[in-house]
Design a protein around this ligand. Structure first.
Ligand code: DX5
Ligand code: ZN
Length: 229
């Protein structure tokens, strides 16, 4: 079963980087739980986001855990540095690691929580051999690389399948879902079994970001509005 209540991790990828302090303060002061930090290298994904200087700014100012999502090739080269810069969770992509088990052990040896992410086309059944080693599985619900994309609904049965895989093995890594999440689909994602929702555009580009966070956090508090399919 999913652990309630769920966590919300706004992605600072959707921040106005001319006013990064403002976005950090907003997340600090809101009901959000984590900072989601999207690092892209222009190789694993067709976009470059930011690197260590932004991480340093977050380390100085953020008052909540830093959930670092590495969309980069050879992430093992940078795991230790991200931990030194205050990462609480370090997630690497299944598709980017030649020796995934080794990278997961490396992350754990730094003291960070270890996460593994899968792209929309990657089957959750491929996680079977790593499931008991990880603290978090991140299910991508868009193709990684950009904020503000449309949610891919095939992610829902994948979350359900992953939740079942964990339950039958009596394992409880956090299940995080990332991409295109907003009020229109968050409840369905939680019903499927997610523990952590990432939201970039739906929070930081909302007319009232505090209200957007409060609404996304309130889902499920008084029961579901719809019967799970
Ligand atoms: C996509 C990133 C996501 C993204 C989320 O590559 O991993 O974290 O920024 O942003 P939205 O919620 O706008 O899809
Ligand atoms: Zn992300």
């Amino acid at each position: 079963m999913r652990k309630a209540p769920h966590l919300l991790a706004p992605s600072i990828l959707s921040a106005d980087f001319g006013h990064l302090d403002k976005a950090i303060d907003l997340i600090n002061e809101s009901e959000a739980d984590w900072f989601h930090v999207d690092v892209m290298d222009g190789r694993f994904v067709p976009n470059i986001s930011f690197g260590f200087p932004v991480m340093e700014a977050l380390q100085r100012r953020a008052e909540k855990p830093l959930d670092v999502h590495l969309m980069i090739e050879e992430p093992e080269r940078y795991v230790d540095r991200f931990r030194e810069l205050g990462a609480h969770v370090i997630t690497v992509h299944y598709e980017a690691c030649r020796h995934l088990h080794r990278v997961v052990q490396q992350i754990k040896s730094t003291g960070a929580l270890a996460g593994v992410a899968i792209n929309p086309h990657t089957s959750v059944s491929l996680l079977e051999s790593i499931l008991e080693e990880v603290d978090l599985i991140l299910v991508m619900s868009v193709n990684p690389g950009f904020g503000g994309q449309k949610f891919i609904y095939q992610a829902i049965p994948k979350i359900e399948q992953l939740r079942l895989m964990c339950d039958v093995r009596n394992l409880s890594p956090l299940i995080e879902v990332d991409g295109g999440i907003g009020l229109q689909n968050a409840e369905r994602v939680l019903q499927a079994g997610a523990d952590v929702l990432v939201a970039g555009n739906a929070v930081l580009n909302a007319p009232d970001p505090y209200d957007a966070v409060a609404r996304l956090k309130a889902i499920g508090k008084e029961g579901w509005h719809t019967i799970p399919a």
